[in-house]
Design a protein around this ligand. Structure first.
Ligand SMILES: Cc1ncc(COP(=O)(O)OP(=O)(O)O)c(N)n1
Ligand SMILES: Cc1ncsc1CCOP(=O)(O)O
Ligand SMILES: [Mg+2]
Length: 211
């Protein structure tokens, strides 16, 4: 059976986060470098704008068969026929998504505190994000800074694919994978890099070395 989440390097992108560069080109370059899944995270866009950006990104991703994940917005995710969705504790829940979106291939769910691990929402998810591993200016409304010990602790509690996010960079991904992460998700390490393809290539190499 095909694994639902075999991905290793996950780009989380927004149009605004690419600092004036064309976000579609950043995504294309990142994929050339080794990104194998992309999430569109538009925290401020209206539904219609979010949908429009998602369609444009989807057009680029289909060329390389790269899956598109939509952050938070179930309506947009279904409308564009995304591969899946990522949600956290303030969003529509994984079990609600499962109930209404029958052909959703991947529901990702953020783990912010340990008690979540026993919840029905974890059971309803396909993959879990250790969120954040390290504090990051990209997202400041976070609860637990998990650190390497937190990644290992969550690893011991589940066999589901674990995505590490939060200040991931080429200096720390090796040890984060060694601690138990299956996949590394990044915003700034690629979106703010001078050369997104090279940045992705370097991250991917570190991940492969640790596996
Ligand atoms: C891969 C991945 N992991 C974690 C998050 C954070 O989701 P959430 O806690 O819902 O916070 P917002 O991103 O919605 O601000 C994510 N988006 N992607
Ligand atoms: C979306 C999100 N969720 C937890 S941390 C984070 C932001 C990660 O951004 P960066 O890779 O720039 O630290
Ligand atoms: Mg969310």
């Amino acid at each position: 059976m095909k694994e639902v989440f075999p991905y290793k390097l996950y780009l989380v992108i927004s149009e605004e986060g690419c600092a004036g560069r064309d976000f579609l080109q950043v995504a294309e370059q990142a994929i050339l470098g080794g990104v194998d899944i992309v999430q569109l995270r538009e925290k401020k866009a209206s539904n219609s704008k979010f949908r429009e950006i998602a369609f444009r990104l989807q057009e680029v991703l289909v060329k390389t068969d790269t899956p598109l994940i939509i952050n938070d917005n179930l309506e947009v995710a279904q409308h564009v026929g995304a591969y899946g969705i990522h949600v956290g504790n303030n969003d529509v829940t994984p079990s609600q998504i499962r109930a209404v979106w029958k052909d959703c291939k991947s529901i990702g769910y953020s783990i912010e505190y340990l008690a979540q691990m026993k919840s029905k929402e974890v059971a309803a998810s396909d993959c879990l994000a250790v969120s954040p591993v390290f504090k990051t200016p990209t997202k400041i409304d976070t609860i637990t800074e998990w650190g390497l010990e937190g990644v290992s602790q969550i690893r011991r509690e589940t066999n589901k694919p674990l995505i590490a996010i939060g200040n991931m960079n080429s200096d720390n991904v090796f040890e984060v994978v060694k601690a138990g992460a299956d996949c590394i998700a990044v915003v700034s390490a690629i979106c703010a890099a001078k050369d997104p393809a090279m940045a992705a290539f370097t991250l991917r190499n570190q991940i492969e070395k640790a596996l």
